[in-house]
Design a protein around this ligand. Structure first.
Ligand code: SF4
Ligand code: ZN
Length: 312
């Protein structure tokens, strides 16, 4: 019986990839090279960009923070980490503690903003009002639009020219299906390693260096490098549409290996056409908060006004 060995150096493997087995050191090098190649090939940022790494304190955001910070330090490039505290009790504070610890250890500037400070309520408090007033929005949908708003607002305020996010291949494949099933093809035009179909000075472009890394790979990376990470998910995730799609997609990918990768490859092949189709026109500003919005009032101001919060 032959024992599996690392395809590069012959040592004991820690992971089996499509191309074969890899040992600890070869896997770490493989992942780092893949991320840096994505940054280069897709021109995610240049040496002059000020980088804001959106950090939740979870495995993906710590992986991307670790790798992008290494590169930024080598290039003497400005970088800071930005965390958003939505106020999920018993969960987010532990993750943000890991983020603070990581930033302190690696000498990274760390900024944390919160829903409570910004909107006067945590996500859990907001949802109580949403249910009482029968505003038709799910917790994860509300949490997502408010978090994206704070990331964009503070990245801009702190002078960032790129927001670096930890979205991985699994996330992107799920988003692709969610847009096909529910969100609409126009939303798919915003996908890809650099988000956004339209350019606007009010939007800080969001880039995804982990675009071609699977969740299995980022999990292993953080374990091998012994990062302090909470591997459990937000307790509300299980109720979301994303979690439903993720469960089914995992099952399909288990039975038909490579499904997630082929969703990404197909998406990338039609993305130039989608971006061309949906990139026209000037985006006006929201008449309440001044953020870019296709409609007279942006989705944040519109939703918060239904909840009874006057946010400017
Ligand atoms: Fe917010 Fe939902 Fe994510 Fe929890 S799972 S942090 S509620 S978006
Ligand atoms: Zn607005």
């Amino acid at each position: 019986m032959t024992r599996d060995t690392c395809i590069i150096c012959g040592k004991t493997p820690v992971i089996e990839l499509q191309q074969g087995h890899l040992c600890r050191d070869c896997f770490i090098r493989y992942l780092q090279r893949k991320v840096y190649k994505t940054i280069r090939k897709h021109r995610l940022f240049s040496r002059d960009d000020v980088l804001c790494v959106a950090c939740s304190g979870g495995k993906d955001s710590l992986t991307v923070l670790h790798l992008v910070d290494k590169l930024a330090k080598k290039r003497k490039q400005k970088l800071f980490a930005l965390g958003v505290d939505e106020g999920v009790k018993g969960y987010r504070e532990k993750q943000l503690e890991h983020m603070r610890y990581f930033c302190e250890k690696h000498g990274i500037d760390c900024v944390i903003v919160s829903f409570k400070h910004e909107f006067g309520h945590t996500i859990e408090e907001l949802m109580k009002i949403v249910r009482k007033k029968r505003v038709g929005i799910s917790q994860c949908a509300l949490c997502g639009i408010l978090r994206r708003r704070l990331l964009n607002k503070y990245a801009k305020k702190l002078g960032a020219t790129r927001i670096v996010v930890g979205h991985n291949l699994d996330d992107e494949a799920q988003t692709g299906l969610m847009n096909m099933f529910k969100g609409g093809i126009e939303l798919a035009a915003r996908m890809g390693p650099t988000t956004g179909a339209v350019k606007h000075p009010g939007f800080v472009p969001r880039v995804k260096p982990l675009y071609f890394c699977t969740e299995k790979e980022t999990t292993l990376y953080t374990k091998l490098l012994k990062f302090r990470v909470l591997y459990q998910r937000c307790p509300y995730r299980k109720y979301s549409y994303r979690a439903y799609i993720a469960r089914h997609l995992d099952e399909i990918d288990r039975d038909y290996k490579g499904t997630k990768t082929s969703i990404i490859q197909n998406l990338l092949s039609i993305l130039p056409l989608l971006k061309k189709q949906y990139s026209g026109g000037k985006i006006p500003e929201c008449r309440h908060c001044g953020e870019p919005s296709k409609h007279g009032v942006c989705v944040v101001c519109d939703t918060l006004s239904k909840v009874g919060i006057n946010y400017v």
